[in-house]
Structures are given as C-alpha cells and as structure tokens.
Write a protein that binds this ligand. Structure first.
Ligand code: PEP
Ligand code: MG
Length: 556
C-alpha cells in the first residue's frame, strides 16, 4: 500500500479503480507561413469556434451546477477576447511570419508567467486558465480530440484538470478526482466542490507512476489517497463511505425543499465549516449560506500566521463558491483549546478565561488588521458577513468598529474595491454579552449565539474537562433563558439572530428555538437535512404542552 498525501478540495470517501485522463497530443511547432493574412483568419475563426464551445460549456455548467460554478467559462471567454492577449498573438503571426498555434503558445506562456509571478495563489491559478484557453484554441486549430476517459465507477487521475476538461466529463461515472498538481483554489477544485465529487489535489508526482486499473481508496476529508489499500484501511474507509451514503440518501429526499414549518414559518439553515474543503459539503447538503466559517483553522498547525494574500484567496474561494448566499466568516478565535505557538501566548492558569478570541485581536492589532484587510478585499466576491467572537462589552465593539472603518478607508485609498454591503455581527457566547445585548444590538447587524461557550461560561463548566461532564446540562434553563433574552433584544432593534453552537443541531430544541423567534440555525453540513426534516414537521399553531413558552421565565 502506498499513501499519497495531498489537499482535500472536497470532502468524501471513494473506493475504485484509477483511470488516467488522456489529453489529445497537440504538438505546437514553429512553422513559417507565407500567407500571413490567411493565418490571421485561421486564428480568428478558431477563436470564434472556441467561443462557441465555451458558451456551450457555460450553458451546461449553468444547468448542472448553477451560476457560481458556470462563471469560469465566462471568464475564459473574456480571456479569449482579451485585447492584450489577441494583440500579442496577431503581432507574433505578423512580425515573425509564423503559424497561429506557435503564436498562441507564445502568448499563453507570456501571460501565464505574469499571473504566476504575482505571488497570489488565486492569480497563480489564473495562469492555468490562460493555458487552458490557449490549449483549446490549438486543439481546434489542429482538429485533435481529447480521448477523455471511459468506464463507470472510476477514480479519475490526472496531472491537473482544466475547468473545461472537468466539465466535459461524465460526472455520473466518476467517484473522485485525484490530481498530482493543482491547488484548492483552482477552478477545478471549486467545480469539484460544486459538483459534490470528492477531490484530492496536489498529491505529487508519484500518482503519475501508478497505472490504469490500480485500486485506490480516497479519503478527501483528510486529503489522503491509498493505492492498493490493505484490508484494514479498506474496511475503515468502506465504513466511512457507507455512513456517507446513508447521509446522502436522506439528502435526496429533502434537497431543494424549504425550511418551513407546517404553519408556514421559515427559518434559514446555514452550515458551519472549518476549512475551504467543506464548502462542497455545505452546498451538497443544501445550505442556505455559511453561518460560521471558523477562520482560526487557517492559522493552526503552522509556523507563521497566514499572510493577507493567503487569507484573501481563502475567503474569496468560499465567497465565490457560495454565489449570492450569505457567508459569515468569524475572525480569529484562537486561544484556550485552539493554539498557535508562533503567537507566543503566555501559559495561563485558566485559558478559557484568558487571552482568546477578540482579546488577542484587540491586543495584536497588526494580526487583526491583516485579517480584516483580507476579508474586506474579498467582500466583492460574494455576500460577506464578518463576525467577532468572545464579546463581553460595548467598548470592545466600539473599538472593533473603529478598526474596521480605518481598514476600509485605507483599502479604498489604496485603490481596492470593498463592498458597501458587508454585515458586521458579533457572537453572543458570554453571559455578559447576553445581559447587555440591548446595548450591543444597535451597534451591529446581527447576533449569532455560540452555545458551546455560552453553556461553558453560564454553567461554569470547562468544555475541555471531561470530569465535569456529568454536571453539564446543555438544556439548562439558564442557557435557554439567555438565548431568549438575546433574541428579544436583537428583534427589538430590528436585527437578525442565529445560533451557530452545537445546540443549533439539537432536534429536541428546534421547536423551542422556532417559538423563541430564532432566524437562523447554523449546523454542520451533515445536520442540515435532518434539521430540515424536523422543521417541516413542526406546527407552531398547535399548543405545545411539553414545553410551555413561559418555561424561560418571560411572558410574550
Ligand atoms: C460556540 O462557542 O458555540 C461556537 C460556535 O464557537 P466555538 O465552538 O468555535 O468556540
Ligand atoms: Mg465559541
């Protein structure tokens, strides 16, 4: 058994035989041409046919995976007609008296180099796009056809896959993608997420030494691919795959339905994610948005914090993958159980009560500003909501809003585009925030209740300490009363309020939350459809005998 390690672009488990993607062999040789005008018109008519092909791919992607996934083919068409690109191709043909294929390859190399040298992972991925457009042109000029792949239930392997190549594949026959190159920001990775096909990218050259028919087990949740897996690995992954299948069966029944009660009350159900690779699971499970992207996972398990460009690229990927759906990105919530040694935080007696969350950001402003710059720059790629964790006072929120204003102005002055519609919200996860939620609500756009920490701080129970587990009652009346207070104060101020802690997925409380007036529940992707099932069977007009509404100590 060989284990190949890459990056999971979209989580899932698949077991099947490897089939390698075969491209048409296009050799681009430099040839001198006597009829320059004829060569120019050869190029222009190939460009027309390429544009038609791209439009067909766009239409197909639009109906298969929607606007956000199809967009890439519009971008390719724009690249195809880009003035600078066309100028370089035509000029090379004219000045050097050479064939169109050669001139196209010169332009492709030139622009790919420019994109790659920008040092931004997103722009580097655009280098692959310009090469893809150019290859398509050359393929049309040479009349060659990709052989593609055949067979059912295959694991498609390739050095890399261009978006057009990905889109042309018969998705029904592919269990997973594995590529030796490629990044989680590539459009192929985004398309894999949108199509809901498990994908592991960047596993390295060793993949290409395997042959067609090799048995592969792919676990893209952890970015691992096993070739000729041993019995133990195989049965472990089979178990994981069966669990995934069961969840998918449930998914089919509820896909596309509204989260609406029998008496017509609607509620948003969003997804909690930790990494970009989970966006696909969110989309596949029909999430109405991302209600909590725990951005600290970008900072964990490394020697240095991610810089502005790396963060920008990650946030842009999530925002553009979600199209026009809300994406709530929580700013760095490090500390307590989530550590980043390079921050040199002092060892603390009570880490849960120490330097964590917003306290670190307000103490290390550079760290905070870098993240805000990346977030605000990414805001033009979707519907961004920024959320701040561990709030306990009005003055913290005032300070945050001042930094946000400053960072926004600075970006605009530098010539960056920043959306005018970014929502700023806070987590309600400390008793202090609940008790002053009437004062906090006017300052922000939304609240999201972190019941994991709210339970910990309200009940004085360390969420990391197993020995006090038996004293922990997640349904404690004190916690439920707090939620009710926060809901009432949010609504009195015309703000929306959600729950993104684990309690949001507790089906025994769904009716209670709906009766309280919660507007949104954000849960792990796999909990979305069970929650939808629950919501669709609740009738709020029916008297609720089990839990009378004044159990939380408030009259309506
Ligand atoms: C919470 O506290 O409920 C929450 C969602 O945040 P985390 O679990 O990441 O602390
Ligand atoms: Mg929390």
């Amino acid at each position: 058994m060989i284990t190949l390690k890459g990056k999971g672009a979209h989580g899932g488990v698949a077991i099947g035989r490897a089939v390698f993607f075969r491209r048409a062999q296009i050799s681009v040789e430099r040839r001198n041409v006597a009829d320059v005008e004829g060569e120019l018109s050869r190029f222009r008519s190939a460009r027309e046919r390429t544009a038609q092909e791209l439009r067909r791919l766009y239409e197909r992607a639009l109906s298969d995976i929607g606007q956000s996934g199809a967009q890439i083919f519009e971008i390719h068409e724009m690249m195809l007609f880009d003035e600078d690109y066309n100028h370089l191709v035509e000029n090379t043909i004219r000045v050097e008296n050479v064939n169109a294929e050669y001139a196209i390859s010169v332009a492709a190399e030139h622009f790919a180099k420019i994109f790659s040298s920008m040092g931004d992972p997103y722009m580097s991925a655009r280098a692959a796009d310009i090469k893809d457009v150019s290859r398509r042109l050359c393929k049309i000029l040479s009349g060659a056809e990709d052989m593609g792949v055949s067979g059912k239930g295959i694991i498609l392997c390739a050095d890399d896959l261009a978006p057009g190549e990905t889109m042309q594949l018969d998705k029904e026959s592919i269990l997973a993608f594995v590529t030796s190159e490629g990044s989680v920001n590539s459009h192929t990775a985004i398309l894999a997420r949108t199509m809901g096909i498990p994908a592991v990218v960047g596993v390295g050259e060793r993949l290409m030494s395997l042959s067609d028919g090799t048995l592969l087990a792919v676990d893209s949740f952890c970015g691992e691919v096993y070739s000729d897996p041993d019995g133990e690995t195989l049965s472990r992954l089979e178990k994981k795959r069966n669990e995934q299948k069961k969840a998918e069966e449930l998914l089919e029944k509820y896909r596309g339905l509204d989260n609406v009660t029998l008496d017509g009350r609607r509620i948003d159900v969003f997804a909690n994610i930790q990494t970009i690779s989970e966006v696909g699971a969110a989309i596949k499970n029909d999430a109405g948005g991302i209600g909590l992207f725990r951005s600290e996972f970008l900072y964990i398990g490394r020697d240095m914090p991610p810089d502005e460009e790396e963060q920008f690229s990650a946030y842009r990927t999530v925002l553009s993958s979600m199209g026009n759906k809300k994406v709530v990105i929580r700013t760095l919530d490090i500390g307590a159980d989530k550590q980043a040694p390079y921050l040199d935080l002092p060892k603390e007696e009570n880490p849960a009560l120490g330097m964590r969350g917003i306290r670190i950001c307000l103490t290390n402003e550079e760290l905070f500003r870098t993240q805000l710059r990346a977030l605000f720059r990414a805001s033009v790629f979707g519907k961004l909501c920024v959320m701040f964790p561990m709030i306990t006072s009005v003055s913290e929120v005032d300070e945050i809003l001042t930094v946000c204003r400053r960072v926004k102005n600075e970006l605009v002055e530098e010539g960056h585009r920043v959306s005018d519609n970014i929502e700023l919200g806070i987590m309600i996860e400390t008793p202090a925030a609940v008790m002053i939620s009437d004062k906090l609500a006017p300052l922000i756009d939304f609240f999201s209740i972190g019941t994991n920490d709210l339970g910990q701080y309200t009940l004085a129970i360390d969420r990391q300490n197993r020995s006090v587990d038996r004293f922990f009652d997640p349904h404690h009346e004190a916690v439920l009363r707090m939620i009710r207070i926060a809901v009432d104060n949010a609504h009195k101020n015309g703000k929306w309020i959600g729950i993104c802690g684990e309690l949001g997925a507790d089906l025994s409380l769904t009716e209670t939350f709906l009766r309280m007036g919660i507007d949104e529940l954000s849960v792990s992707p796999s909990s979305i459809l069970p929650l939808r099932d629950k919501i669709r069977n609740i009738d709020l007009e029916k008297e609720n005998n089990e839990k009378s509404e004044d159990i939380y100590g408030f009259d309506k």
